[in-house]
Design a binder for this molecule. Sequence first.
Ligand SMILES: CC(C)(COP(=O)(O)OP(=O)(O)OC[C@H]1O[C@@H](n2cnc3c(N)ncnc32)[C@H](O)[C@@H]1OP(=O)(O)O)[C@@H](O)C(=O)NCCC(=O)NCCS
Length: 202
Amino acid sequence: MDRVNKKTLDIFVADYLPPHADWKSWTHPKTGEVYEVTLSTSTAVSAADFESCFRLIEDTSAEDYKKSSDGWKPRAKKKEMQLLDLKYFLVKHNQKVEGFVSFMPTYEDDYPVIYCYEIHLSSSLQSTGLGSILIGHLEAIGVNIPETEKTMLTCFTSNAQAVRFYEKLGYVKDPYSPPPKQLRNGTKVEAAYVILSKPIER
Ligand SMILES: CC(C)(COP(=O)(O)OP(=O)(O)OC[C@H]1O[C@@H](n2cnc3c(N)ncnc32)[C@H](O)[C@@H]1OP(=O)(O)O)[C@@H](O)C(=O)NCCC(=O)NCCS
């Protein structure tokens, strides 16, 4: 995976993305508007685009973070978003980021995986099929990186809409997902988040 992450973006695209340019744009099924889709390394994402991505996370998920024991930590989130080996598919309209997915080919519990760090769409882009298309891009990259075994992600259990979305795409609870906590009185409490994964099929 180190070898994969060390490739320049052009080589990464040539080696792992579909040869056709279909992924470079997306048409909103309800409005007919055409959106530009780009792939960038985290270091190449502009400060303005990072800020738009951060605002999307804040809008869609800050409440879920606040409810969790870790809480909502903007500084830590911004730092995580800039991890060197992360890549971003940005979905833009009139130069403004309206949705994105960030991911990293990496090892998780010794398994080579494509880890989806974030996927967030503005409300006007939700329930349009775009989320499925973006996750499909990560799965396609996984298929093309020979050693990759699964696509993986973490989701708040409180985010029922997202959990349903992943289940519909064939994701199931990963064996490494945290088990429910057992309280002193014996009651089991579900963990705040679930790790979901889907095997790569070649
Ligand atoms: C979770 C998320 C990424 C899913 O993306 P999405 O585009 O909304 O999801 P889909 O691609 O599956 O589309 C969902 C719905 O659109 C419908 N849809 C799919 N293609 C469509 C099309 N071409 N035209 C109209 N509707 C369509 C699907 O039927 C589906 O509806 P259903 O679930 O009621 O059957 C997105 O909703 C989102 O950004 N949510 C907020 C942030 C978030 O929770 N992120 C996840 C953190 S783990």
